[in-house]
Structure formats: structure tokens, C-alpha cells
Design a protein around this ligand. Structure first.
Ligand SMILES: NC(=O)c1ccc[n+]([C@@H]2O[C@H](COP(=O)([O-])OP(=O)(O)OC[C@H]3O[C@@H](n4cnc5c(N)ncnc54)[C@H](OP(=O)(O)O)[C@@H]3O)[C@@H](O)[C@H]2O)c1
Length: 279
């Protein structure tokens, strides 16, 4: 299998570095291109820099012997240019993967009528614990899915969703590290008002407990309710705290998703406009 990464920014670099480090592809089978050449100075050993996107498409294209996957790691406003440049260089057997959740397959099909996927990774890919989301258009086949997902599993787990669930799915995996960090930031700030334990120790204690609670639930197949009832004994101290959370927090959680989903709708509209201009 050969893969190409177009756009060597935050996402393109992460995907290239993770897949190169995993050793799952032969040296020389990973190709990159980027608009500005400066970003391509420090790339992993064995990764090949292409002159431009057309050159990359031609080198990565699927053949009878070899699968080809091209990742488009550019912003929506640049996606149209990338397609305009190289759509005719792409073979319809090559799987084209967009990293953008807002641009639909329908919109992309104006430029490329072959096999496509969308991939939403999480920042937790940095520690090989991404809960990555993937969806496919009707043309991708079972072997395309297997090849792509084997690459994505080099930096975490993979869940396939229908295209219309990628928005809410992104809230749950891509935005969630930010939600979790801000919730625990508020909790720690409140705890610090009641203790002389140094700030960094408070954060460490909470972080270790947070990670271990997740591990406990995953390993022992426990629900949130199971954990609460295990720790919050009737009439005890923990129960006082969990009662407050269940009484006061639902309103905040509802507001959070109302706001983020509204912003997501607006962002999708903007992305659609910038993508469709002049097409
Ligand atoms: N960042 C995240 O956490 C995240 C998470 C999930 C999905 N995404 C999605 O992933 C996509 C990329 O995001 P990002 O954060 O990686 O963006 P980014 O850091 O801005 O990187 C985009 C890269 O694309 C390059 N580029 C632009 N036009 C190009 C062209 N015609 N040919 C080749 N390269 C070109 C840019 O080159 P220059 O050096 O010239 O600017 C830049 O290096 C976006 O659609 C975003 O919505 C991002």
C-alpha cells in the first residue's frame, strides 16, 4: 500500500509521523506535499517529498498490485484548489480521505467521483489513544475500509459512523478532550479554595484518578452508574457531591451541546460557502 498526505500542517504532520513511526508501511511508500516548502524540512526518515499535489497523486495512485490512499489535510477553503489541481491525476481506484467533517461527500463529488472517506482523529492520537471516527461514501469497498482502518489503528481505536452522525460524533471524540479539560479545570479551581495542597499536586491527583476511572470502566465493563453506586454509599460523603452534580450539571451540559452544535451548523455553512464559491 502507498499513502500520500497533502497538507503538512497540524493534522498532516501528526498522521505522517504516527504512520511512519508504526513501521506498518515499507520505507518509501509514504509521500507528502505541502503548499509552502519550509514545512517539509523535518519529515520522518524514508518519507518522500513530492514536487506538487499532481506528482503525489500519480505516485500514490492505486494499481492492480497496490492500494493507494490520499489524505487531504488542508482547510476547507483550500480543499477546492487541491481538487481542482489534481482531480484528473487521481485514479478512481484510489481512496481519497478528507479530514474535514463539514464538507460533505456530495460537495466533494463535484470534483472526484471515486472512493472517498472522512476521518476525524482526536488530539489524544499524540499518545496513540485517538478514538478516530470514519465514514465512507457508497463507492469505498471492504478492502479499502480494512486498509484505511489498519493505518488509523496505529494511533488508537476506530469507529465507523454514518456521514450524518459525524458532527455529533466529533463533539464526543474531537471536542471532548477540551470539554473534559475545562470541566476538570473548574473542579480543581474549586478544590484549591479548600486546601493547602500545592496546585500541581491537586491537578496530578485528579488527573491520575480521572484516567484510572476511565481504565476501570473500560477494563471491567462498568457504566457511569456502576462507578457512582460503587463509590457513593447511601448517606455518605460522596453521595452529597454526586447529588449536586446530577441536580445542577444537566442544564450546563444541555447548554454546552446546544451552543457547540449551533456553532457546528454555522461552521458547516461557512465551509460550504467557501468550498462552493466559483464552482
Ligand atoms: N487541528 C485539528 O485538531 C483537527 C482535527 C480534526 C480535523 N481537522 C481538519 O483537518 C484539516 C487540516 O487542519 P489542520 O489543523 O491540519 O490545518 P493547518 O495546520 O492549517 O494545515 C493545513 C496545511 O495545508 C497546506 N495547504 C494549503 N493549501 C495547500 C495546497 N493547495 N497544496 C498543498 N498543501 C496545502 C498548508 O500549507 P502552508 O504551509 O502553505 O500554509 C498547511 O500546511 C482541516 O479540514 C480541519 O478541519 C483538524
Amino acid at each position: 500500500m502507498k499513502i500520500g498526505i497533502i497538507g503538512y500542517g497540524s493534522m498532516g504532520r501528526m498522521i505522517t509521523e504516527k504512520i511512519a513511526a508504526s513501521g506498518s508501511l515499507a520505507a518509501g511508500d509514504i509521500f507528502v506535499s505541502n503548499r509552502s516548502q519550509e514545512k517539509l524540512q523535518n519529515i520522518p526518515e524514508g518519507v518522500i517529498v513530492c514536487e506538487n499535489n499532481c506528482d503525489l497523486a500519480q505516485k500514490v495512485n492505486a494499481s492492480e498490485e497496490d492500494q493507494g490512499i490520499v489524505f487531504l489535510c488542508v482547510r476547507p477553503v483550500d480543499l477546492k484548489n487541491v481538487f481542482s489541481e489534481m482531480a484528473t491525476d487521481l485514479s478512481s481506484e484510489t481512496l481519497v480521505v478528507s479530514l474535514n467533517g463539514s464538507i460533505t461527500f456530495d460537495m466533494l463529488s463535484k470534483f472526484f467521483s471515486g472512493k472517498m472517506a472522512k476521518v476525524i482523529p482526536s488530539v489524544t492520537a499524540e499518545v496513540n489513544r485517538s478514538q478516530t471516527l470514519v465514514c465512507y461514501n457508497g463507492k469505498a469497498e471492504e478492502n479499502d475500509k480494512q486498509d484505511l482502518e489498519s493505518l488509523l489503528r496505529t494511533f488508537g481505536n476506530v469507529i465507523e459512523l454514518p456521514e450524518d452522525e459525524i458532527g455529533m460524533g466529533s463533539e464526543l471524540v474531537s471536542c471532548m478532550p477540551g470539554f473534559i479539560a475545562s470541566i476538570f479545570d473548574v473542579l480543581c479551581a474549586s478544590a484549591k479554595k479548600h486546601t493547602s495542597i500545592p496546585d500541581d499536586q491537586v491537578v496530578k491527583m485528579v488527573l491520575q484518578t480521572m484516567c484510572a476511572t476511565g481504565e476501570l470502566m473500560l477494563e471491567k465493563n462498568m457504566s457511569f452508574e456502576d462507578v457512582v453506586s460503587r463509590v457513593a454509599t447511601k448517606g455518605g460523603i460522596t453521595e452529597e457531591g454526586t447529588k449536586v452534580v446530577y441536580e445542577a450539571f444537566p442544564k450546563t451540559a444541555d447548554l454546552l451541546f446546544e451552543k457547540t452544535l449551533e456553532k457546528r451548523r454555522m461552521t458547516a455553512e461557512k465551509a460550504k460557502t467557501s468550498f462552493e464559491e466559483d464552482t
